[in-house]
Design a binder for this molecule. Structure first.
Ligand code: PAF
Length: 281
């Protein structure tokens, strides 16, 4: 497995693979990889001849007061995980390799990005769409793999691929959880022992909502209220949002009649975590 730091070095490798008729999978990440990322790489390796993992903490998707500088980084650990999972290349550029100092071109989206995480992170999805577009142009993959934990991101990327005619299949992969239910996230490393315990309230509360849906409850407001109330029992948790939305449009629903996404974002101490589940009535 190779660690490649420049676009100039990466392009001929990809072109060589394409000449041989090989299929290329891309797993975009911001590094500090965990079992959730590993599951994406393993899936990509099972469906493609070559897998590129991008490992880049993308500055344009962080807001001014967010954790860009403290975001955890460990390329040696990431390289070991990528190699074990079957990647051929890690693309690990510096920010100046990805963005010219006078960069002025961004990919933005009107729909899907205003609600949920977009409410408190108004420039986040512009950064995600921009960097993912750039990675798609650089790597030209046949397939790209994204986790369902970032459900809004997955919906946004799918829509961007449709709208901008990228010839790439987007593969959504299930959330990977710790044994006790906490959704895996690189940001879990910010939690101290008490907060780690408290963070379980997110999965527990979502599970409660899912049980209500499975038992036939259709009133989205009732379900949402039950989730909010349950999260409220944990003193270390502060809700950013709890929403039940149409899985495709991400618009709020009042009644569970079509596939829905129930998504939560909450601060546990100072760490903002997200989790969700999808339900088809
Ligand atoms: O999900 C992430 O880690 C990032 O948002 C992504 C897709 C790698 C873009 O920087």
């Amino acid at each position: 497995m190779q660690i490649i730091k420049t676009i100039e070095e990466l392009r001929p490798i990809i072109k060589g693979w394409k000449k041989e008729g090989l299929q290329v999978g891309l797993v975009p990440t911001m590094g500090y990889l965990h079992e959730g990322h590993k599951s994406l790489i393993v899936k990509a390796a099972s469906e493609n001849d070559k897998v590129v993992v991008s490992d880049f903490v993308n500055p344009t998707q962080f807001g001014v007061n967010e954790d860009l500088t403290s975001y955890p980084r460990d390329i040696d650990r990431d390289a070991a995980l990528c190699e074990a999972a079957g990647a051929a290349v890690i693309f690990h550029p510096e920010p100046q390799e990805m963005y010219f100092s006078d960069n002025c071109t961004f990919v933005d989206m009107d729909a899907l990005t205003k609600g949920l995480c977009g409410k408190t992170r108004p420039t986040h999805f512009r950064g995600v769409c921009t960097v993912v577009s750039k990675l798609f142009h650089i790597v030209t993959p046949d397939r790209a793999y994204f986790g369902q934990k970032d459900a809004q991101q997955l919906a946004v990327v799918r829509r961007m691929v449709r709208d901008l005619n990228f010839d790439i299949t987007i593969v959504g992969c299930p959330i990977v959880r710790e044994a006790d239910g906490l959704a895996m996230s690189s940001r879990n490393t910010y939690l101290d022992a008490k907060e780690r315990e408290a963070a379980l309230i997110l999965h527990k509360s979502l599970a409660l909502g899912e049980e209500m849906m499975k038992a036939g409850e259709c009133d989205a407001v009732k379900i949402k209220d039950a989730i909010i109330k349950n999260i409220g029992t944990e003193p270390l948790a502060r809700i950013d949002y709890v929403e039940i939305v149409d899985s495709e449009t991400l618009k709020e629903v009042v009644s569970i009649e079509k596939p829905v996404l129930t998504a939560v974002a909450a601060y546990i101490g100072t760490t903002r975590l997200i989790d969700n589940f999808s339900y088809e009535p």
